[in-house]
Write a protein that binds this ligand. Structure first.
Ligand SMILES: *Cc1c(COP(=O)(O)O)cnc(C)c1O
Length: 222
């Protein structure tokens, strides 16, 4: 399948509330351009040093989403242009994003990453950590970040019931936070969940952003 066929497949099959993040890490500028020409405008990258040169040369109407684990010392490089940082998993990182945003006069959109999988290795807040953090009012003083919603990754398993349960728990938690802290904030509306193996389940559970790489671009060359 060509990249353009793959993009068009997603464009025509996704419900209107769901946007496709084309995960383009490890793929070349030329490859990204093929997706761009097929109409794709949201790209996801997971390494700052790879994102910067792509941002430099590719068209400026692309929305760049940072989807990986972001190190504090690299925030300053992407703060000026990034459209959404998906994986904010500590208060220190949120503070650093705020600091960089303030310095350049920009409000940086972020998602808080929640740990929903069984695996130990996945980053993110637990439900209780995030409840505790939001309960303290200090985050409300961070005026140069905009919390747009939550992100989560399900366990890597073929047990569909388990994946469904994990996405469902995130969706319920999203509604809890929305009602408790963001009821008046229309911008808190994104739920980034769903990857190639599990995006259909994620969409059924309320995802608004799915992150797909290989199913669009083919295998990566590391
Ligand atoms: C790489 C990656 C994806 C996409 O995975 P593919 O197997 O390339 O489709 C989705 N989400 C995150 C956080 C990733 O790092």
């Amino acid at each position: 399948m060509s990249i353009s066929t793959n993009i068009k497949y997603f464009q025509s099959h996704l419900p209107s509330r769901v946007r496709l993040v084309a995960v383009s890490k490890f793929h070349t500028i030329e490859t990204l351009m093929q997706a761009y020409e097929a109409g794709q405008r949201i790209f996801g990258e997971s390494r700052v040093q790879e994102l910067l040169p792509k941002y430099e040369v590719l068209p400026k109407d692309i929305e760049w989403h940072f989807i990986g684990h972001l190190q504090s010392n690299k925030v300053k490089h992407i703060a000026p242009f990034v459209s959404l940082i998906h994986g904010v998993d500590s208060y220190a990182l949120l503070e650093e994003i705020n600091r960089c945003g303030k310095k350049i006069g920009r409000i940086v959109p972020c998602l808080l990453q929640v740990h929903i999988a069984q695996e130990e290795t996945k980053y993110g807040f637990s439900f209780d950590e995030l409840r505790a953090l939001l309960q303290q009012e200090k985050w409300q003083a961070l005026t140069n970040i905009s919390i747009r919603g939550l992100m989560g990754m399900a366990s890597y398993t073929d047990n569909e019931e388990k994946i469904k349960q994990e996405f469902h728990s995130l969706s319920v938690f999203f509604k809890e936070l929305k009602a408790t802290y963001f009821a008046a904030d229309n911008l808190f509306c994104e739920l980034s969940m769903g990857m190639p193996g599990d995006y259909s389940l994620a969409i059924r559970e309320g995802s608004t952003l799915i992150r797909i790489g290989s199913a669009i671009f083919g295998e990566r060359n590391y």
